[in-house]
Every structure is written in C-alpha cells, then in structure tokens.
Design a protein around this ligand. Structure first.
Ligand SMILES: *[C@@H]1O[C@H](CO)[C@@H](O)[C@H](O)[C@H]1NC(C)=O
Ligand SMILES: *[C@@H]1O[C@H](CO)[C@@H](O)[C@H](O)[C@H]1NC(C)=O
Length: 356
C-alpha cells in the first residue's frame, strides 16, 4: 500500500493506492518477497529450467496475483516447480492467467514410475489462506498438493491436462491434501490421468462442487503408515469417464484409520472399472488376496448415482471382518456387468453388491 498525498490550496487529500511488485524477471524473486507492497504480480514469467518458483518465506498477508502466462524451462529433475508457503496469503488468478507446465516435454507414459525424471508441479503450505482462480495446464506429473495446511480454501482452480490423454501423461494427480486441517477444495475442474482428488492424512477436508474428467476418481488413501483420515466431506461432484468413481483404499498389512467420511450427491458417468470401491487389500498393480484389518468407521454413501461401463463393476467392498463399523449406504450405480461379491460389509446394512 502506498499513500499518495495531494495538496490542493490547503486541502490535503490522502488516497490509498494499491501498488505492487511486478515479477516478470526471475532474478527479482527475492526482492519481490521482501517488497513492502506485499503484493506480487506474476506476469509472463519464465522460470529457468530446474529451478523452483519459490514463494516460501512470504511476509504474512502477502497477495500473489498470477496474470498472463507463466512457463518453465525444461530439465529432468525431481523437485517441485512452484511452492507457496505462508500465513494469511491470497493467491489469485486474474482473468486470462495460465500456469503452463508444458508437460508434454516430459511425458513418456511412465509418470512417476520411471523414464524421464519429472518434477512435481505445485505445493502449498498455507495457513488462514485462499487460493482462487488459477488456470493450470499440463504439469509433468502430480499437479497440486496442499500439505501441512490449516484453514485454507482452494476454489475455482482449473486443472486442464486434456492433452495428456493422447500425449502420454501418467500420474498426473489433480489435487492432493495431506497432513492438513480444514482444507476446502471447491468449484474446481480437473481433466487428468490419475486421481482427481486424493487425501491420505489429515482432518476436516472438504471437496465440493467439483468436476472430474478422465482420471482415476476421488480417493481416500491408499492408507497406511499409521496415518489417519478423519472428517472428510465429498459432495456435489461429477465424475466423468474416470477409471473409478469413489474409492477408499488401505494397503495390506498396514495400520491407520479412516473415520467420519461422507460422499453425498455424487454423479458418476461412464466409469470404466469401479463405480464405488472400498478395499483393504490395495496394491498398486491389483489387489492380492484377503485384506488385513483396517478401521473404516462412520462412512456415509448418500445419493451416489450414475453409470459404469459394461466391463466395469458397479460396487465392490472388500475389507476384513470387523473393520467396517457404522456405515450408511444409499447408492444407485448401474451398467457394470462384471459382478464381484462384497466381503466385510457391516451387519445390517444393505449394499447392492453383485447387481447389474
Ligand atoms: C476453516 O477455514 C476457513 C478458511 O478456508 C475459515 O474461514 C474457517 O473459519 C475455518 N474453520 C475453523 C473451524 O477454523
Ligand atoms: C436413497 O436416496 C434416494 C434419492 O435421494 C431416495 O429417494 C431414497 O428414499 C433413499 N433411500 C433410502 C433407503 O434412504
């Protein structure tokens, strides 16, 4: 903030003028973060290859505006391309902004499992903060994670990795939330090739009014390492042409907890593998044998509806006996012809498993 003072024949007018630090040269990053304006406008910035757009150590109350296009030099490395960390921060995408990873330079169908070393795209570690209006395109792999956040709202973020459908993108997870409390992701769109949304630890997470296209669905887990997920609300979402609709999964032989999770008013369309799957024997590459005990308590499935394609399965539950407690279930998922029996369903609830 800058104060402009004008003197008009003895009358003094004082007007607050919002001033900002325009960051369009990467060399000025450190100066931008120290600027007394506490408003950084990132405009048509080129981030050099192998370097992070390091927006950590921000002053409390900083506003970061993305305007124009931000691009990145190409290098194989396994860091994070953008990191934002601070308290009482606003990250705002102005109309027409585009953060363009140009991920096709790394895509080789292998994602994080080999091939070219691919950086992760964006990580935020925020408290009492807002992220709004970002347009993100074509990250090399995992797109946006909120780690160790508290009281953060992420809204109107558009993650567009449509190009990856035909150009070899893999593991392009949309949103991940971990180790956080009270994070809401709302009014966002994701078109990708892995989980649309995933959380594996933390509490009071909300994912609402979002649309997922092309990916692997909305997922809790895979759980393990003693991690706990408590109080997650997923509601009013559309999941279109994903491999799965909604999932809760824990890995075999692992400890942890999933408690107080609800999926409400979820519309599924053309899901290819599982409309709803809850499993405690997850292994990347396919479940192997009987699940081990893993508490999954107070799970609510309410008005989850829509279609699975012919070769898919509408609903599968496979958890160890006694692990599932206090579930409520109301779904209408149809179309999948591959029938699988459910195992470990809590007594007294009626899940339409094994139905076409
Ligand atoms: C949760 O975070 C939001 C900001 O996204 C904040 O407005 C709200 O007060 C927080 N809730 C609690 C209980 O702290
Ligand atoms: C399930 O949800 C549908 C649609 O919201 C509703 O009409 C129906 O009564 C519900 N069934 C039960 C058993 O709650």
């Amino acid at each position: 903030m800058m104060f402009a003072t004008t003197s008009l024949g003895g009358l003094v007018l004082i007007a607050a003028v919002a001033s900002s630090f325009d960051l369009n040269n990467f060399d000025q990053l450190a100066a931008a973060k120290k600027s007394a304006d506490k408003r950084i406008v990132i405009k048509n910035l080129v981030v050099p290859a192998g370097q992070k757009l390091d927006l950590t150590n921000l002053q409390d109350g900083t506003v970061i505006e993305f305007a124009g296009r931000v691009t990145f030099g190409y290098q194989e490395w396994d860091g994070t391309m953008i990191q934002v960390k601070g308290k009482n921060i606003k990250v705002v995408g102005k109309p027409g902004n585009l953060i363009d990873g140009e991920g096709h330079r790394w895509w080789d169908k292998k994602g994080g499992n080999g091939g070219k070393k691919k950086p992760r795209f964006m990580e935020v570690n925020l408290e009492d903060s807002l992220v709004t209006g970002l347009n993100i395109k074509n990250p090399p792999r995992h797109c946006f994670v909120a780690n160790y956040c508290k009281n953060v709202r992420i809204e109107y973020v558009n993650i567009d990795i449509k190009d990856g459908d035909t150009k070899g993108a893999h593991n392009t997870d949309g949103f991940g939330v971990g180790g956080s409390q009270n994070v809401t992701v709302a009014n966002c769109k994701v078109h990708n090739q892995d989980d649309c949304f995933c959380t594996g630890s933390g509490s009071d997470t909300v994912f609402e009014n979002n649309e997922c296209t092309g990916g692997h669905g909305i997922s809790i887990g895979s759980m393990g390492n003693g991690q706990k997920v408590e109080r997650v609300r997923v509601r009013n979402c559309k999941i279109i042409r994903n491999t799965n609709g909604i999932r809760i999964k824990s890995r075999k032989g692992e400890t942890g907890l999933v408690r107080d999770v609800s999926f409400e008013n979820i519309e599924l369309k053309d899901i290819s593998k599982f409309g709803i799957i809850i499993q405690a024997n997850y292994l990347n590459g396919g479940p192997k044998g009987d699940p081990t005990p893993f508490p999954m308590e107070n799970i609510v499935i309410k008005n989850v509806r829509g279609t699975v394609s012919r070769k898919g399965t509408n609903i599968q539950v496979w958890v160890a006996p006694g692990s599932a407690k206090n579930w409520q279930w109301n779904s209408s998922v149809t179309g999948g012809q591959r029938e699988v029996a459910c195992k470990g369903v809590p007594q007294g609830i009626n899940i339409p498993c094994g139905k076409k």
